[in-house]
Design a protein. Structure first.
Ligand code: GLP
Length: 240
C-alpha cells in the first residue's frame, strides 16, 4: 500500500485531486468508482474547481457509486443519489446518463443488485474512491462480509447507523439497510484511492494496514490489491 500522510483535510483533498486529475487527463473516458460520506466532499470541491479551470473534464467519464440506502428515493436529501448531485454531478460537465447509483427504492432489491453487478461487469473501474467506516467497513460492507461478495443488500450495524446519524435529524431516521457494491467488485478496480480524516478513523486504519487480512476488518483485504493509495490526515494516521 502506498501511504500518503497529509497535514489536514484540505491537503488530503489536494493530494487526491492530483491523482484524479492525472487519471482523467491520461484517460478521459475513465470509469470512476465514487464514494459518499464526509471524507470525499473537499475532493469533490477540488474536482469542480478543476473543471471550471479547464484542468480536467468529466465529459466522457462514467461513474459507479458504491452504495445507496434502501427505501430512499433520489430526491431525499440524505440519499446518496441526492448527495452526488449536490456535491459533484450538478457542478461538472458529466452526462447524467453516465452516472450509476444503486436504486434503493427498487421493488425487487435482489434484482436491482443483479442489475448493478451486470453493469459493473461491463465497465471495469479505472479508479475507485473509498472512505472507511470507523469499524473498518468499505462501501457498506460491514465486518464479516465475505471478501467474495458482489453487490448485495446489507443490514447496517448499529455503530454505522450511529456514525451516519449526524447527517439525519435523529437516529430513528437512519435507514436500517443499504445496497452496496461487494468487496469483490471493489477489488476489481484497477486503482484504489482511500481517504481517511480524523482520530475516529485511526484504529480502523491501523487494522487495515497492519492487522491480519480478516473479514473482521473489511478494509484489510486492500493489502492484497496491487495498486492502493491511502491518503490520510495526521490524526487518521496516528496509530500507524
Ligand atoms: C458510509 C459510506 C462509506 C463511507 C463511510 C465513511 O458508511 N457508506 O462509503 O466510506 O460512511 O464516511 P465518512 O467519510 O463520513 O466518515
Amino acid at each position: 500500500m502506498n501511504i500518503i500522510i497529509a497535514s489536514n483535510a484540505h491537503e488530503v483533498a489536494l493530494k487526491a485531486y492530483e491523482l484524479f486529475k492525472t487519471q482523467l487527463n491520461h484517460k478521459p473516458n475513465s470509469v470512476l468508482g465514487l464514494a459518499t460520506g464526509s471524507s470525499p466532499i473537499l475532493l469533490y470541491q477540488e474536482l469542480i474547481l478543476g473543471v471550471k479551470n479547464q484542468e480536467l473534464s468529466f465529459k466522457e467519464v462514467h461513474t459507479f457509486n458504491l452504495d445507496e440506502y434502501v427505501g430512499m428515493d433520489a430526491h431525499h436529501p440524505q440519499s446518496y443519489a441526492f448527495f452526488m448531485k449536490k456535491q459533484l454531478f450538478d457542478h461538472v460537465d458529466i452526462d447524467v446518463k453516465h452516472t450509476h447509483i444503486p436504486c434503493g427504492l427498487a421493488v425487487d432489491l435482489n434484482k436491482e443488485c443483479e442489475r448493478y453487478n451486470h453493469a459493473l461487469k461491463n465497465h471495469t473501474i479505472d479508479m475507485q474512491l473509498l472512505g472507511i467506516g470507523s469499524n473498518g467497513h468499505i462501501g457498506f460492507n460491514e465486518p464479516h462480509t465475505s471478501f467474495d461478495s458482489v453487490t448485495h443488500v446489507v443490514k447496517l450495524k448499529e455503530s454505522t447507523r450511529q456514525d451516519n446519524a449526524v447527517f439525519f435529524s435523529s437516529l430513528d431516521e437512519v435507514p436500517t439497510h443499504a445496497i452496496s457494491m461487494g468487496i469483490h467488485n471493489i477489488l476489481e478496480a484497477k486503482k484504489i484511492v482511500l481517504l481517511a480524516i480524523g482520530k475516529k478513523k485511526a484504529a480502523a486504519i491501523k487494522a487495515m494496514v497492519h492487522g491480519p487480512i480478516d473479514e473482521v476488518c473489511p478494509g484489510s483485504i486492500l493489502q492484497t490489491h496491487p495498486d492502493v493509495t491511502l491518503i490520510l490526515d495526521t490524526e487518521a494516521a496516528s496509530h500507524l
